[in-house]
Design a protein. Structure first.
Length: 237
């Protein structure tokens, strides 16, 4: 089956509480996800039947057999990107970074889970266009037009998004040899010209640095070395 063409999805709404026609559209039309494909992931969403994951890569829908966290880890491993286990350990050691619902980042995008990572929806904060409160849930619209009903409060979503953007800015500051900026975190992460982007731009966390340059990189490398050392010199082997 050929991949679906990139297009807006402004007539589709996804929810985890029912299986409407919009879910059937993706289940019957999306191609199998290839982990060797490069691109920007905007959404990782567990299928309602628990048998895999919907992935939006460059706004094209694909289906992966793995659950969300496994899918995310496999994608990052295939492209030799950051290791999520080490990412979580690093964030827990640096108070300025999130210690739960930890995002994962690379030079091009960030993803964060809205619940426990293993089987959660993962969102790219730069792909969120609008968010509206809806009882105890939120109704989101992505920049590609797809709408999502998610079990998360608007304030919580905004907080998790700003933390993910800050983490992405930190990564870019420490790892990018080409991107050198002077100024606050947002000088490293241009936001979309959307209502949600405007909300993010006003978040206190994104107005100043809470880490010194290189602090994230050094801590991550320490965790990477420790993992290698333990695997090579495990006394139980």
């Amino acid at each position: 089956m050929k991949p679906m063409e990139r297009k807006t999805l402004n007539d589709k709404v996804l929810s985890d509480v029912k299986l409407p026609e919009d879910w059937q559209y993706f289940l019957t039309s999306a191609s199998a996800f290839s982990y060797w494909q490069l691109g920007v992931i905007s959404l990782v969403y567990p299928l309602p039947n628990g048998q895999g994951t919907l992935v939006l890569l460059d706004d094209v829908p694909y289906l992966a057999e793995e659950k969300p966290l496994e899918m995310v880890e496999m994608f990052f491993e295939a492209h030799r990107l950051i290791d999520y286990t080490l990412m979580r350990q690093t964030c827990q050691l640096l108070p300025a970074l999130p210690s739960n619902k930890v995002p994962i980042v690379n030079a091009h995008f960030a993803l964060f889970p809205i619940e426990a990572p293993e089987n959660s929806v993962w969102l790219n904060p730069l792909s969120i266009a609008t968010v509206q409160s809806q009882a105890s849930d939120s109704l989101l619209e992505l920049t590609n037009g797809l709408s999502l009903e998610l079990p998360i409060h608007r304030k919580t979503l905004l907080r998790l998004s700003s933390r993910a953007v800050y983490t992405l800015a930190t990564y870019r500051q420490d790892y990018s040899a080409l991107l050198q900026a002077e100024g606050p975190p947002l000088s490293y992460v241009p936001l979309q010209d959307t209502p949600f982007g405007s909300l993010l731009s006003k978040q206190e966390l994104l107005q100043q640095w809470l880490l010194t340059p290189g602090e994230f990189f050094n801590q991550y490398k320490q965790q990477e070395y420790l993992q290698w050392y333990q695997s090579e010199f495990n006394p139980l082997d």
